[in-house]
Write a protein that binds this ligand. Structure first.
Ligand code: AMP
Length: 281
């Protein structure tokens, strides 16, 4: 596996694969890899591509006072894990390489970006959009792999790719969970023992919603109310948002018809965790 630390190097590598006629697949990450990331890398490899994993903690998607400085980082361990999962190259640029002096371009997908995570993290999705578009332009992959764990992010990227005719196929991958249901996340490492013990309630609440829909409940307010109540039974858990939304537009809906998604952000102490689950009537 190769490690590239600047744009020029990774571009030359991609060009070499292209001249051999080999497809290139990209898995964008912020590192501190876990099984969720590895599932994306394995899938990208299984779909017969040369796999580039990008590792970049993107300052533009963190707001003031957020966890950019303390976001967990462990490049040597990430390299070993990416290699074991089948990556062919890791692209781990430094900040000035991605945002050189004078950088000023802004990408905005305003409707999707204004809701849910975007409403509580202003500017977050503009930062996501610009870094993802840059990575897609640098690597020019045939396919790019994203986790459904970050469903709003995925819908925003899908919208941007359609709107700007970016020549890439997006592949949505299922959420990988711990055995007690907690969605894997690099931020789980922030949880204290007590917070970690209460965190599985998030998935339990989403599953409750799924059961209610399967049993015939269609009223989104009732579903939201019951899920929120279950989460807030845990003393350290505070719901930041919890909504039943349209799976594509991420707009809140009042009634579950065929497909909806329940999405939430929950604070456990200072740690903010997000999760979502498809509700099928
Ligand atoms: P991150 O490093 O958190 O920015 O995530 C990089 C990619 O991995 C994104 O496409 C995420 O949606 C995906 N991802 C993160 N956690 C999981 C998970 N538990 N299951 C599946 N994909 C995940």
């Amino acid at each position: 596996m190769d490690l590239f630390e600047n744009v020029h190097e990774v571009r030359s590598w991609v060009l070499r694969q292209r001249t051999k006629g080999e497809p290139v697949h990209l898995v964008p990450t912020m590192g501190f890899l876990h099984e969720g990331h590895l599932s994306l890398i394995r899938r990208a490899k299984a779909e017969a591509g040369h796999v580039v994993v990008s590792i970049f903690v993107n300052p533009k998607q963190f707001g003031p006072g957020e966890d950019f400085l303390v976001y967990p980082r462990d490049l040597p361990k990430d390299l070993a894990m990416a290699n074991d999962a089948g990556a062919d190259a890791v692209f781990a640029p430094a900040i000035p390489d991605m945002y050189p002096t004078g950088f000023q371009t802004h990408i905005s997908v305003p409707e999707i970006a204004s809701r849910l995570c975007g409403a509580v993290r202003p500017g977050h999705f503009d930062g996501v959009a610009v870094i993802v578009l840059k990575l897609l332009n640098i690597v020019q992959p045939d396919r790019a792999y994203f986790g459904l764990k970050d469903r709003q992010q995925l819908q925003l990227i899908a919208r941007m790719v359609r709107d700007l005719n970016v020549p890439v196929d997006l592949v949505a991958c299922p959420t990988v969970r711990e055995s007690d249901g907690l969605a894997m996340s690099s931020r789980n490492s922030y949880l204290s023992k007590e917070e970690r013990a209460q965190a599985p309630v998030i998935y339990k609440a989403l599953q409750l919603a799924q059961k209610q829909v399967k049993a015939g409940e269609r009223d989104a307010k009732t579903i939201e109310h019951d899920a929120r109540k279950l989460i807030e039974r845990e003393p350290l858990a505070k719901v930041q948002y919890l909504e039943v939304v349209d799976p594509e537009t991420m707009e809140r809906i009042a009634t579950v018809h065929e497909r909806a998604v329940i999405v939430c952000a929950v604070l456990l102490g200072k740690t903010r965790l997000i999760d979502n689950l498809l509700l099928e009537a």
